[in-house]
Design a protein around this ligand. Sequence first.
Ligand code: 4AD
Ligand code: MG
Length: 465
Amino acid sequence: MRRTLVRDALASREYGKEMTVAGWVRTRRDSKAGMSFVELNDGSCMGNLQVLAPASLANYASEVTRLHPGASIKVTGQLVESPASGQAVELQATTLTVLGFCDPLEYPLGKSRISFERLREVAHLRARTNTFGAVARVRNALAFATHRFFQERDFYYFNAPIITASDCEGAGEMFQVTTLDLEKPPRDPDSGKIDFKQDFFARPANLTVSGQLEAETHACALGNVYTFGPTFRAENSNTTRHLAEFWMIEPEIAFADLNDDADLAEDYLRFLFQEVLARCPEDLKFFDQRVEKGLLANLEALAKAEFTRISYTEAIALLEKAADKFEFKPYWGADLQSEHERYLAEELFHGPVIVMNYPKEIKAFYMRLNDDQKTVAAMDVLLPTVGEIIGGSQREERLDVLEARIRDIGMTPEDYWWYCDLRRFGTVPHAGFGLGFERMVRFCTGMGNIRDVIPFPRTPQSAEF
Ligand code: 4AD
Ligand code: MG
C-alpha cells in the first residue's frame, strides 16, 4: 500500500478511508479506557496526525506502550472524524508496526524546549523539531522558486566548478585544496619552506568563492545563465550572517547593463517572496508567531515592494547626516558597514534599497569602470534586518581597461587569460549578481542566526558533522 503523507491525511475528509502513514512519534498519551494516542509527524508539514491505538492491537502491551518521542512507526488504519477539538481527523490503527524504538533517556530531543545553540550540537537530529522542519521546507520552496524563476525566463542552469585556481573576489579569502604528500612535501630549494603553490597536482587550487567568472563564459555564448551551488569563504567572521560554506545563486545576463541587472534582482526577490508566501503559509505563520512577530506582514509588503535606487555617493551623504548614530563614521571611499546598510533600509527608506556605483577601490576588479574613472558599475541590494542580500555589477567588457584593473590590484592578467579572452573574442556588455541563499532563508524565516538555516553549518567553530 502506498504511504499517505501526514499533510494529505490531515487535509482529507474521506472518513472511513483506509490508509498507511509512517513517521516519528512526537508524543504518546495513554487513556484510562485502555488505548493510546500517538502524535505522528513525518516532515510533510508542521502538524501531527493523531493515531488512536486500541488495546486490541496484537502488539499493544508489548510495543505500543513502549513508544517514546523519536520512535519510528508505520500505521495502517481508518481515517475518522476526530471527536477532539483542535483537529478534524484522526487515524484509527488496525496495525501498528514499530520500525525503531527510541530510548527516552538518551534521545536529545525530549519534551522540554531546547535552545538553538544546543540543537546545533545535534544537527543530525534537529530537522525533527518544528522549527528546523519548517526551515527545511522554506529552504526547499526558495530553491524550487529560484529554478522556476530563471527557467521561466529562458535562463540556462550552469554548473560552476568547485575547485578552481581563480579568486573571483580578489580578496584572498580562499580555502586551499591540496594533494600534497604532507610526509614529504615539496620544498622551496632556497628557503626550505613547503611550496604550497604546488598544491593541487602541482598547481595552485582553491575552493571557489563565487561561480561568476565561469558563468560569464557561458553568458558570453548562451545568453542568460544562472548558477546555484556552494561557495566558500575562508574569512574568520563570527557573525550571524556569515558562513564559511554557503550557497549562492548567480545569474549572468548578456547584452545588459547595470539597470537591467537591478531590474532582474528586483523581479527575482519579489518572486521569491510571493512564492514562499504561496507555498509555505503554515510554516510562515509559525515563524510569525514564534520567531519574529510581524514577519508575515513584512513578506507580504516585500512581495509588492518598489525598491529605492540610490547612488553610493547619495547614500554616503545621507549617512553623514546621521553620523552620530553609527559606531563607524561613514565617509566617501569607505565600504558601507552593516549598521549603515540597515539604517538605509530600515529607518530611511523602510524597504529594499539598491545602492549603485561604488568607489572602485572597495570593489572587485571585474566591475565596469564608470566614465568618472572613480566609481564602478556595482550594486548592492539591501534589505531591512539582514543588510546586504545581493552583490552584483555590470562587468568590464573592455580588454584594455580590464587588464589595467587586474594589474592595479596586484594580480596578473595572464592568470586570467581565459577570462580576458571573452573580451578579446567578440566582447559584449554583460552584468550579473549573486544572492546569498542562506541570507534569504534567514530573512524569510526570521531566524536570528544564519547557522540555523543551513543543515550543517560550516563556521570557524563548527564543522564536526
Ligand atoms: O557580494 P559577494 O561577495 O559577490 C560575489 O561573490 C559576486 N561574484 C556575485 C556576482 O556578481 N555574481 O557575495 C554575494 C552575496 C552577498 O550579497 C551575500 O548575500 C552572500 O553572497 N554572502 C555570504 N553569505 C553567507 N556567508 C558569507 N560569508 C557570505 N559572503 C557573501
Ligand atoms: Mg558583497
